[in-house]
Ligand binder design. Structure first.
Ligand code: KG4
Length: 340
């Protein structure tokens, strides 16, 4: 009999539910929360309230788009963490209640593992192209910047990670600082396309090994803009495309330098990217270009799987389910990676 998995994701500000059947995606519904835009960042209390409003209609819509009845489900996979505790609590409680009502197992998933396994979501009508184990994943989002070695669906090692800010935070905070809006990544990406990436230089960190640091570049941009604005108050407005292009290029250089180093050290040539920042057009182009030069097989997730989505939670949950894992109903969500 086929395994039909309902995935539920509520770790930050997107409420999402998806259905997969033996690895094939039947539906993936995402309700994003616009309420945070006015605050220039996610407000945890507002996020959990919005999840409460969204969760029932989002799950119903996912089941209906999949043409699946709740009684047909084999198991429910949900994000246990890391993320905002109040947000996670909504998805976790919903999964527990639904699992109990239907008398089917629930399976907890680490959100980051969802990003790592997003390439295994099979989409009807599209070519199946999956990385081979072991592969490297550059996992870049608003909360993480990591290089992960994936040896199997449930077997992964973090080779390097940020020692301070995540790269998505650098995009978001610098966009806010420049008065461009939130979330910063897509805005900077759009402006960068019209600018000259070689016009300005920003300091790059010198961190040993495969770890990252993104707090210094934030300060470097802050001082640069402040000094130039003191000379010419119109500097920001008149040069924002070039500033964004140069800033984005620096972030991509930092990410790619360590990824290339990791690929050399491990000899691994299958490379994937995941997380919200993997939607960045400059990073995607650069990865493909480096891959072609270095003989890598590169895997770029479709845009809808770069940000938070339940399809990746469902696929990761399916791997856990097939490995015989079942989560007890007294499970509690966890906000930090280290609590996993
Ligand atoms: O994975 P994600 O949706 O959420 C969590 O971090 O949990 O990632 C969100 C991050 C934000 O920092 C956002 O600015 C960034 O992804 N982002 C981008 C782009 N689209 C989203 N960063 C750069 N370029 C983009 N096109």
């Amino acid at each position: 009999m086929a395994d039909i998995i309902l995935g539920i994701e509520s770790s930050c500000d997107d409420t999402s539910a998806a259905v997969i059947k033996d690895g094939w995606l039947l539906s993936n519904v995402i309700a994003s929360q616009d309420v945070h835009k006015a605050y220039g960042g996610v407000v945890p209390e507002l996020a959990s309230r919005a999840h409460e409003l969204n969760i029932v209609p989002v799950v119903s819509e996912a089941l209906s788009q999949a043409g699946v009845q709740a009684q047909d489900l084999t198991a429910i996979a949900f994000t246990r963490g890391p993320g905002l505790l109040g947000s996670l609590l909504v998805g976790t409680s919903f999964a527990k209640a639904m699992g109990l009502a239907l008398d089917i197992p629930i399976v907890m998933v680490n959100h980051l593992q969802g990003h790592l396994l997003a390439d295994f979501i099979r989409r009807p009508g599209e070519e199946v192209r999956e990385p081979s184990f072991p592969y490297l994943c550059l996992l870049v989002s608003g909360g993480n910047s990591q290089i992960v070695r994936v040896d199997g669906p449930l077997d992964y090692t973090i080779l390097g990670q940020t020692i301070d800010d995540a790269v998505g935070e650098a995009f978001d905070k610098c966009s806010k600082m420049m008065g461009l809006g939130y979330p910063g990544g897509p805005i900077i990406d759009r402006l960068a396309k019209q600018g000259n990436p070689l016009r300005f230089k920003f300091a790059k960190p010198h961190i040993p090994g495969l770890d990252y640091s993104f707090s210094g570049i934030k300060t470097s941009l802050l001082y640069f803009v402040r000094d130039e604005m003191a000379k010419d108050p119109g500097f920001m407005e008149n040069n924002k495309e070039d500033i964004c292009a140069s800033f984005q290029k620096t972030l991509i250089d930092i990410l790619m330098d360590k990824l290339i180093k990791a690929a050399k050290q491990t000899g691994i040539k299958d490379i994937t990217i995941g997380g919200g920042v993997s939607a960045n057009s400059g990073l995607r182009q650069r990865l493909v270009a480096e891959g072609a030069r270095r003989g890598w097989r590169t895997f770029l997730p479709p845009f809808k799987f770069t940000t938070d989505n339940a399809a990746m939670i469902a696929i990761a949950g399916w791997f856990h389910y097939r490995a015989g894992e079942r989560t007890p109903l007294d499970v509690a969500p966890v906000s930090r990676m280290s609590d996993f």
